[in-house]
Design a protein around this ligand. Structure first.
Ligand code: ADP
Ligand code: MG
Length: 344
């Protein structure tokens, strides 16, 4: 996490809030009173400067009698564990969610991503692979506009979410529709329940009561494969969970607002093999409901989880195709050398 991302401009947050309110008078999601910006959701440091509303006890004088939570889709219960084994086999390409058209990113004069075009579909896991420093993280972060928090970064090209330019969307809306899970699990310093409720509270018109949020929080925890382990202890501090549980909690937090796309930057690289296995399985299940983009430099992992693979080398998208094709019959010599381990 770069220092500049830690710094959230309060004025900009206020402007976003206004823009968001205006949009949602007609809009799809409700963000009428976000307590803090979406970037802060992923920034414990930023949070610690300004305690989240979810940490404050709701006083009777501040709680209106009727509360409404508006989300755009009904929660879909996760299949019971016995059905999960067959889930991967059911997945297939669904509708296009994100489309990148000749996207380039420079840091100052230095190109990091060079004219990348590809599309990302629901029902698929796209693995971004390639050696270190080739622009994978930069490309991923550009998809929910985190790159623009780096002052030296400049972008060209278009990114469309469900055919709408992501730069037309308020960043809070974008970041709940295109959610991010980072390499290091970063739960907020609050309870398990409040971590998952965080984005839902942000989306709600008024501050919702716990019992209104509960079904949505529990559903997100179930879909993230964490519910059974925490069901009796939802008020325990999230920071007491193990690393693997914390990462699943971050996934629950990211998927609670029902995003269309889930971005993950090396989500298992800080985890033990058992947690890695749990999260890989989870990724296979989650893609039924959304598009998943995973950066990984672990080729074996890409082979286990990916439906599509994008191989990047020095900012270029060298090859993009089905996992079968990229690993089995790579078209470019450079891809062949990389997937056979000739360099890395
Ligand atoms: N905040 C930044 N400022 C300047 N250069 C950066 C920044 N972040 C990444 N880079 C440079 O952009 C290139 C791509 O980096 P990155 O996207 O992190 O690659 P990867 O994730 O494939 O390792 C590298 O040369 C890196 O040094
Ligand atoms: Mg990276």
């Amino acid at each position: 996490m770069s220092p500049e991302e830690m710094l959230l401009d309060p004025l900009r947050a206020e402007m976003d809030r206004e823009e968001e309110n205006a949009r949602h008078r007609h809009g799809r999601l409700t963000h009428a009173r976000p307590e803090t910006s979406a970037a802060a959701r992923d920034e414990p440091a930023a949070l610690s400067r300004e305690p989240a509303a979810s940490e404050q006890a709701p006083g009777p004088e501040t709680v209106p009698p009727v509360r409404t939570i508006v989300i755009d889709r009904e929660p879909v219960p996760a299949p019971p564990p016995s059905e999960r084994a067959s889930v991967r086999a059911l997945a297939g390409a669904g509708p296009e969610r994100l489309r990148l058209e000749e996207v380039s990113i420079n840091y100052g004069a230095k190109p990091a991503v060079k004219s990348v075009s590809l599309s990302i579909h629901q029902g698929e896991v796209l693995a971004l692979i390639g050696p270190s420093g080739c622009g994978k993280t930069t490309l991923l972060r550009t998809l929910n506009r985190l790159t623009e928090l780096t002052p030296s970064a400049a972008r060209a090209g278009r990114i469309l979410l469900d055919n709408e330019d992501i730069h037309e969307l308020p960043d809070t809306t974008l970041r709940s529709r295109v959610a991010m899970v980072f390499q290091q699990p970063n739960p907020f310093p609050m309870s398990i329940f409040d971590n998952v409720a965080f984005a839902l509270r942000e989306q709600s018109r008024k501050r919702p009561r716990r019992r209104e949020l509960e079904p949505l929080v529990l559903d997100a925890l179930r879909r993230a494969g964490l519910y059974d382990e925490v069901r009796d202890d939802l008020d325990a501090p999230a920071l007491r969970l193990s690393g693997g549980q914390q990462q699943r909690l971050c996934i629950a937090r990211a998927i609670a607002p029902r995003p269309e796309v889930l971005l993950m930057d090396e989500p298992c690289s800080a985890l033990d093999p058992i947690s890695t296995n749990t999260i890989e399985k989870l990724i296979g299940e989650l893609r039924l409901d959304l598009a998943v983009v995973v950066v990984t430099h672990n080729l074996a992992q890409a082979q286990r989880i990916a439906d599509k693979v994008a191989f990047m080398y020095l900012g270029d998208l060298v090859e993009f195709g089905s996992a079968e094709q990229v690993f089995g019959e790579p078209r470019a010599t450079r891809t062949r050398d990389y997937v056979t381990g000739a360099f890395g």
